[in-house]
Design a protein around this ligand. Structure first.
Ligand code: C2E
Ligand code: CA
Ligand code: CA
Ligand code: CA
Length: 276
């Protein structure tokens, strides 16, 4: 598979195993979906490991298709990447996320996933500038999430594009860390703000896998010495939250603190938090 990012297997399988005919139908309706505005963003809270206060929301796209029903991103993002439809879809996601985040408290960031196909487009950073300008969101409130696979594809272009985004004042998180094939070389020169420890390590650690524990420990130590923070993904229980906190991760994301939710629920969550 060309994708080396997290969950590469479960992400690619549906698209790979679908028949050519099925893929053509899906592609046609995906193309139509862009025109008829069938996408919606859900938001999942990211909390500070110690205070458990919300520091950010990750925007996760959903496709509400009249023909196929509710399609999960695991099913259509791989196809969108293959067909480059991810470029217009991703542009919509970026603009929508910045606009919606504008209504949140000032200290809460928004995390937006960016596919290699988007990042490697010439002038991708201009789309970021435009999304910030039209929404009025401060650049410091936007964190772009990329996976290590960008460095396998075209390291020079990826690096330039990320540096341009960082120069705007936005931060960049390295998503699904530890699941790609990439070397660590780029960590020496690119100033990621956050390393997101993939859910597979969190689940492994919860099942008392010494290897997973050792890897999380090592990633946390490495991030600290590089002046980066860590976010643990896929924390589902209070025991896992406690374990992750003890391992020294800075931030936690997962079903335990909140599933991806519609924007109205995200805003209600703020109200509850600020009343405390
Ligand atoms: P991701 O970036 O790693 O996002 C986290 C995924 O893990 C989300 O799945 C989320 O619902 C799920 N998750 C969060 N907490 C837990 C947990 O405690 N347990 C379990 N089992 N799962 C948890 P989702 O929303 O289905 O998204 C899947 C993937 O699709 C994302 O993985 C990301 O790679 C991609 N994706 C989603 N939205 C976008 C987008 O706007 N643009 C791009 N390029 N990719 C996107
Ligand atoms: Ca993932
Ligand atoms: Ca992500
Ligand atoms: Ca992730």
């Amino acid at each position: 598979a060309k994708d080396t990012g997290g969950g590469a297997h479960c992400r690619f399988e549906p698209a790979l195993h679908a028949s050519a005919e099925e893929r053509r139908r899906l592609e046609a309706s995906l193309r139509q979906a862009i025109l008829s505005d069938e996408f919606v963003l859900h938001y999942q809270p990211v909390v500070d490991a110690r205070s458990e206060k919300i520091v950010s929301f990750e925007a996760l796209v959903r496709w509400n298709s009249p023909e196929h029903g509710f399609v999960s991103p695991g099913k259509f993002i791989p196809l969108a990447e293959d067909t480059r439809l991810i470029v217009p879809i991703g542009r919509w996601v970026l603009q929508q996320a910045c606009m919606e985040a504008r209504a949140w408290p000032e200290h809460v960031k928004v995390n937006v996933n960016v596919s290699p196909e988007q990042l490697l487009e010439p002038h991708f950073h201009e789309e970021v500038i435009e999304a910030l300008a039209t929404s009025g969101l401060r650049p410091e409130r936007l964190e772009v999430e990329v996976t290590e696979s960008i460095f396998v594809r075209d390291a020079t272009t990826a690096r330039n594009s990320l540096e341009q985004i960082m120069a705007l004042g936005c931060s960049v998180a390295l998503d699904d860390f530890g699941t790609g094939y990439s070397s660590l070389g780029y960590l020496r020169t690119l100033r990621f703000s956050t390393i997101k420890v993939d859910r597979s390590f969190v689940q492994g650690a919860a099942q008392k896998s010494n290897e997973s524990l050792a890897i999380i420990n090592a990633v946390v130590a490495m991030a600290k010495s590089l002046d980066m923070t860590t976010t643990a993904e896929g924390v589902e229980t209070p025991e896992e939250a406690e374990l992750i906190r003890n391992l020294g991760c800075d931030k936690i994301q997962g079903f335990y603190f909140g599933r991806p939710m519609v924007k109205e629920d995200a805003r209600r969550l703020f109200k509850r938090h600020t009343r405390q």
